[in-house]
Design a protein around this ligand. Structure first.
Ligand SMILES: Cc1ncc(COP(=O)(O)O)c(C=O)c1O
Length: 371
């Protein structure tokens, strides 16, 4: 067996979720509760009835890649060649880390608290990774100076998600510009940014920023999982500069060959229709209002929610968040994820996902406050 695989722990999020009892309030897994837009699935099914469900070229259907490149229109990344369709953003992130980093010399810097997969994927590949922790006393705001100061000579890639899972913080436009300027000013080989934009459509601030708009050494990962409630469709993509994109496609081709062509067809229908990526955003905005009110009412300390569908709440009487999450799931019928899953800076916190009906979220928060 590969010792790297033996050494790695399975997902804590799934382990807690597996303990869920019937009738529990599920604030655990990060999956939209809305249904996807059926018309896109129907249109793809009609297309498949006529054309079959065949392989596409490795990088994915050219028409879809053109639409995606044009939709985001990141500087220097506006052509089909810049896009590779992947099996969710999970594969996108994995392929980016595997392709860009040399396990012998390079390091991945993860802006934490963070989605655990970045560090685990690096571990699987034998690539060193390190976290730069945003501070609880700053409500985990993205601190550009701290990120830049944490770069050391081995750092070749920085993984950053905005909006963030788990904190829901958003990198503001001014900060995206500052980060790009600071990275461009550094001498030597460029440090790549892996920008995870899977929650891009779900923001509740006026000025979200995208580093890819300002920094040419950016690779963007995204998917339809959250924006269009298509987690199980497994369609994501990478957007990258030309030569890097070619290398990403090479890795992707050996890992998965192609993403699901039925899923790609659904994606094509979505990208063809202006506004389709944003269709669920109004629901999340309304829910964000209700959840923020419930958080205020709970008396719990919480991190301001700029985006995504998570909230981080501090344990009311301190203590171990893992023990609290087990108490909640085993005796109080609430699923919540211990903060330590996302990095040491979130020890003593719980992450809740607020896609459940607003009354359930409020009741879940009351049970957490009563811990
Ligand atoms: C920040 C972040 N990135 C990537 C993913 C992977 O999602 P998918 O592979 O469904 O696109 C998730 C899933 O929860 C996530 O929260």
């Amino acid at each position: 067996m590969n010792p790297k695989v033996l050494a790695i722990e399975p997902s804590m999020i799934r382990a807690i979720a597996a303990k869920k009892q019937a009738g529990a309030i599920d604030l655990g897994i990060g999956e939209p509760a809305l249904l996807p837009q059926q018309r896109f699935i129907d249109a793809a099914a009609r297309w498949a009835a006529e054309h079959g469900v065949k392989y596409t070229v490795n990088a994915g259907d050219v028409a879809l890649r053109e639409l995606i490149a044009a939709h985001y229109a990141f500087p220097g990344m506006g052509a089909a060649r810049n896009v590779c369709i992947t099996t969710g953003s999970q594969e996108a992130v994995y392929v980016a880390i595997k392709t860009l980093l040399d396990p012998a010399v390079d390091e991945l810097l993860v802006v934490a608290p963070a989605f655990p997969a970045y560090a685990k994927m690096a571990q699987l590949e034998g690539i060193a990774s390190r976290a730069v922790h945003m501070r609880a006393d700053d409500d985990f705001r993205y601190d550009v100076d701290a990120i830049v100061d944490a770069i050391d000579p081995a750092t070749r890639m920085i993984a950053i998600a905005s909006p963030a899972n788990p904190t829901g913080r958003v990198l503001r436009d001014a900060d995206a510009r500052r980060l790009a300027a600071a990275l461009l000013a550094r001498p030597g080989a460029p440090v790549w940014i892996l920008q995870d934009e899977i929650y891009r459509e779900l923001t509740y601030v006026d000025d979200p920023g995208s580093i890819a708009d300002y920094y040419p050494y950016t690779i963007v990962a995204n998917s339809l999982s959250k924006s269009n409630a298509l987690t199980g469709m497994r369609i994501g993509w990478l957007i990258a500069p030309g030569e890097v994109s070619d290398a990403l496609v090479k890795t992707h081709a050996w890992v998965t060959s192609t993403a699901s062509s039925f899923g790609q067809r659904v994606a094509l229908e979505i990208f063809r229709e202006p506004g389709a990526l944003q269709e669920h955003a109004a629901w999340y905005r309304a829910q964000h209002g209700s959840v923020t009110a419930a958080l205020e009412e709970s008396g719990l300390r919480y991190v301001p929610i700029d985006g995504a569908f998570y909230a981080c709440v501090r344990l009311p009487r301190g203590g171990d968040a893992m023990a609290a999450a087990l108490e909640l799931v085993e005796r109080r019928n609430v699923v919540a994820i211990p903060g330590g899953t996302f990095g040491a800076s979130l020890e003593g916190w719980l992450r809740i996902s607020w896609v459940a009906p607003a009354d359930d979220v409020a009741e879940g928060l009351r049970r957490i406050a009563a811990l």
